[in-house]
Design a protein around this ligand. Structure first.
Ligand SMILES: [Zn+2]
Length: 220
């Protein structure tokens, strides 16, 4: 007997066939990118430091098709992109952090008002999908206790002030002596990830690293 789930899945794929994450060309079911995007836009693995000096790797530069896809994922409700972005992040994590073992994956939290307005936290979705792929538990380690202005609308000095003391650790015992990978969608000045790492540091983890889809840092 054919199961209902199988039939539903079949029709879903007829209505929403698999498309390239970057250019929306129809592609095979198990692929993330079309052959052309895969060749032209390989995962870069751009390493930089956050504020406070924590290591961060980004899969792509904030430019062109990857940028356009992330903005749709973040602002246009394209939550289905999370699974595919997580596959690209997994490629970068395996390469950029090949000697490291992470106990937990976590993510930059949103204030509950901001999350309610958007309907989802894109970094949380990414972290949960990445967790499934890498087999590393995803845990909520931080909450955002103050509603703040969007960081990208502020100047560099204001960014730090805007985030001071806005994150709170959920459970110190969870973090103590653990190695943690923090996920976010975009790193710009590294202020947000730096503030998250600084807050987590109070619970004395053994290691904190960060991973994002995009970075605004230029390639030299
Ligand atoms: Zn493509």
């Amino acid at each position: 007997m054919i199961k209902l789930g199988y039939i539903a899945d079949f029709f879903y794929k007829q209505i929403y066939p698999n498309r390239c994450l970057f250019c929306r060309t129809l592609i095979d079911e198990d692929k993330v990118l079309c052959a052309s995007c895969h060749k032209k836009l390989p995962v870069h693995g751009v390493c930089q430091g956050t504020r406070g000096g924590y290591r961060c790797s980004a899969a792509f530069i904030y430019h062109g098709k990857p940028k356009h896809a992330v903005l749709r994922f973040k602002f246009k409700g394209k939550t289905s992109f999370a699974e595919k972005f997580a596959q690209l992040l997994a490629t970068d994590v395996k390469r950029s952090y090949e000697d490291m073992i992470f106990d937990y994956i976590t993510y930059v939290p949103m204030h509950k008002k901001a999350k309610k307005k958007r309907g989802y936290n894109q970094s949380e979705l990414l972290a949960k999908e990445l967790s499934k792929i890498l087999g590393i538990p995803c845990v909520e380690t931080l909450t955002k206790i103050k509603h703040t202005k969007p960081q990208h609308k502020l100047k560099s000095k204001e960014r730090l002030k805007n985030l001071k003391g806005v994150f709170k650790i959920t459970d110190k015992n969870l973090i103590k002596d653990k190695s943690i990978l923090i996920i976010d969608d975009i790193i710009t000045t590294g202020t947000t990830l730096g503030e998250c790492a600084k807050t987590l540091q109070k619970a004395t983890p053994s290691l904190i690293c960060c991973e994002t889809i995009l970075t605004t840092a230029r390639l030299y």
